[in-house]
Write a protein that binds this ligand. Structure first.
Ligand code: PXP
Length: 248
């Protein structure tokens, strides 16, 4: 497989959101994860939130059992989540900020402000063999702090770029994109592996996919929504096609 290939992580949180709207067993996020991996996902991402609003503890148990591709376990930097991650030892742990009242992960983690605490928090996860990724804004200060605390991976938050695009503000979107491009190259120059995600769609994925330093995109909400119209497998196949096309 070429080193240039961009990995696609499919986030299945919102299959669980729909399931939980009725409190039953359907649709099953595990079935979505299995379909996604058959459709070419290189990994599955799931965020176990403190309030368990979508993914549940049982979903994580099930994913660890059935997946043949790596699980990227998204979590806040809390003792409870650290214990769960250490019990499962997923391939990757992505540390995200979490606020109870937010609808989705709104911003990147403030690594620079909590450097010592986060360094101690991720050390046991790294010792357990998990690849630790930190979800941050495209900000040099945060990237340098993520590097200093010993993270191997950063995931750059593409939400602002996608929001500006959706709002029809091309100049703002272009400015955000330029920041993402510069900071991808900067993080890579420090030896960090660079991932990106949040809010990506068929319309916004290609400029980010074209950054040579980005190794993985994590995409969820749009794909699960698109699956309503064309099915999960075709929705993922089209995203994969656009990513490969952008990569050249
Ligand atoms: N990456 C991270 C760290 C996230 O928190 C999320 C949202 O859960 C995503 C990627 C995927 O974002 P979206 O669901 O908007 O594609």
């Amino acid at each position: 497989m070429s080193d240039n290939r961009l990995r696609l992580g499919v986030n299945i949180d919102h299959v669980a959101t729909v399931r939980n709207a009725r409190g039953g067993a359907y649709p099953d996020p595990l079935r979505a994860a299995e379909l996604a991996q058959q459709a070419g996902a290189d990994g599955i991402t799931a965020h176990l939130r403190e309030d368990r609003r979508h993914i549940s503890d049982a979903d994580i148990d099930g994913l660890m059992e059935v997946l043949s591709v790596p699980l990227n376990f998204e979590m806040a930097a809390t003792d409870e989540m650290q214990k769960i991650a250490l019990r499962h030892k997923p391939h990757a742990v992505c540390i995200v900020p979490e606020k109870r009242e937010e609808r989705t992960t709104e911003g990147g983690l403030e690594v620079a402000r909590e450097e010592n605490k986060l360094a101690h928090f991720i050390a046991p996860l790294r010792d357990a063999g998990c690849r630790v990724s930190i979800f941050i804004a495209a900000d040099q200060k945060q990237i340098e702090a993520a590097h200093r605390i010993g993270a191997e991976v950063i995931e750059l938050h593409t939400g602002a770029y996608c929001d500006f695009h959706a709002e029809g503000k091309p100049d703002d979107a272009a400015r955000e994109l330029e920041g993402l491009r510069e900071m991808s190259a900067y993080a890579h120059s420090l030896g960090l592996e660079v991932h990106a995600g949040h809010g990506l769609t068929y319309d916004t994925v290609q400029p980010v996919a074209a950054f040579p330093e980005v190794r993985e995109l994590n995409i969820g909400h749009f794909l699960i929504g698109e699956a309503i119209f064309r099915g999960l497998t075709p929705a993922i196949t089209e995203m994969r096609r656009l990513m490969d096309e952008a990569r050249g």
